[in-house]
Design a protein around this ligand. Structure first.
Ligand code: ASP
Length: 304
């Protein structure tokens, strides 16, 4: 089977001055992960590795650089899914972890539970030996300044249905030499979210989905509405019905927009190894390994 890798770094109205950092970030994730896939790494290892690179990059709203919630804390959500077995691991509302995606993977492999939240997820991470960082280690000056700007703004809405919220959630989808698919998504959620708020990203079928028989997808955007239409599963369902990845991605975003007035984006790979991406926000940062040019192709707008 062909090997494939596509990543995203959020769908919203990415400011012009942040475009380069987004493009560099998604490009680095593909370029640093692709050699692993070529050497025979599993799709699961590849998506975890790519998301870890994005989590460590302060450009994005995941790991370091995540938004602050309404009480000035960082709470992270992540999930990973294996298309071979439909196994997944998911954690939500955890703090002080640079790589929640790896905790989600460990949880998946522990096979006892699928999803842990808050203090329980935290205790699991601690028991498994994941380094707990001080909160400042994840905090960036950019996000502190943004929090200060919006914290008393009575016009700020964390659920604006008419404009894309800032959102730099990250995700990756891969196919390995064995034709196996995997997907992973990691986020700090939305700015000034209620403490304990969980978005779409760690919800299987909403934030990510992977099934070898049809396709795999990772999503980003306004989570409250993405959950309603289970965007990732909707896309892979279209792939199961025979649509190629690009058509399935477009169909998913059309359903998100038409049924629930949602805003967001999706990346996907179908079981034949075709890429797809679509979004209805002004921009989405994404990159994929292009097998024809043998280079990483990164873009932020449909016309680039
Ligand atoms: N989907 C994420 C959430 O609602 C945000 C994002 O994609 O930027 O938590």
């Amino acid at each position: 089977m062909p090997i494939r890798l596509i990543v995203h770094g959020g769908a919203w109205d990415i400011p012009a001055e942040q475009e380069d950092a987004h493009l560099r970030g998604v490009t680095a994730a593909v370029q640093n992960t692709w050699p692993m896939l070529q050497k025979g790494a599993s799709a699961l290892d590849a998506v975890e590795h790519a998301v870890r690179i994005l989590e460590a990059d302060p450009t994005f709203d995941s790991g370091r650089g995540a938004f602050l919630n309404s009480i000035g804390e960082i709470e992270l959500d992540a999930m990973i899914m294996d298309g071979r077995s439909l196994d997944f691991g998911s954690i939500a509302a955890v703090q002080n972890l640079l790589h929640p995606v790896s905790v989600a993977r460990r949880l998946m492999e522990s096979r006892e539970f699928r999803m842990l939240v808050g203090s329980g997820a935290q205790a699991f991470a601690e028991r498994e030996g994941f380094t707990q960082l001080p909160p400042e280690a994840l905090l960036t000056e950019r996000e502190l300044a943004y929090f200060e700007q919006i914290k008393h703004d009575s016009n700020f809405r964390s659920h604006d249905p008419f404009g894309p919220l800032p959102g730099d959630t990250v995700g990756a989808v891969a196919m390995d030499q064995g034709g196996n698919l995997a997907a992973a998504t990691s986020t700090g959620g939305t700015p000034r979210k209620w403490p304990g708020r969980v978005g779409d990203s760690p919800i299987p079928g909403a934030g990510a989905y992977a099934d070898n028989s049809c396709g795999a997808a990772s999503t980003t955007g306004w989570g409250e509405n993405i959950m309603k239409v289970l965007l990732a599963k909707t896309v892979t369902d279209w792939e199961e019905r025979g649509q190629n990845a690009q058509k399935a991605a477009q169909k998913g975003i059309q359903i998100l927009a038409e049924k629930v007035k949602g805003l967001g984006g999706v990346i996907t790979i179908d079981a034949q190894g075709q890429y797809g991406w679509a979004y209805n926000t002004p921009k989405m940062a994404y990159a994929y390994w292009n097998p024809e040019t043998k280079h990483t192709h990164a873009a932020i707008k449909l016309d680039t």
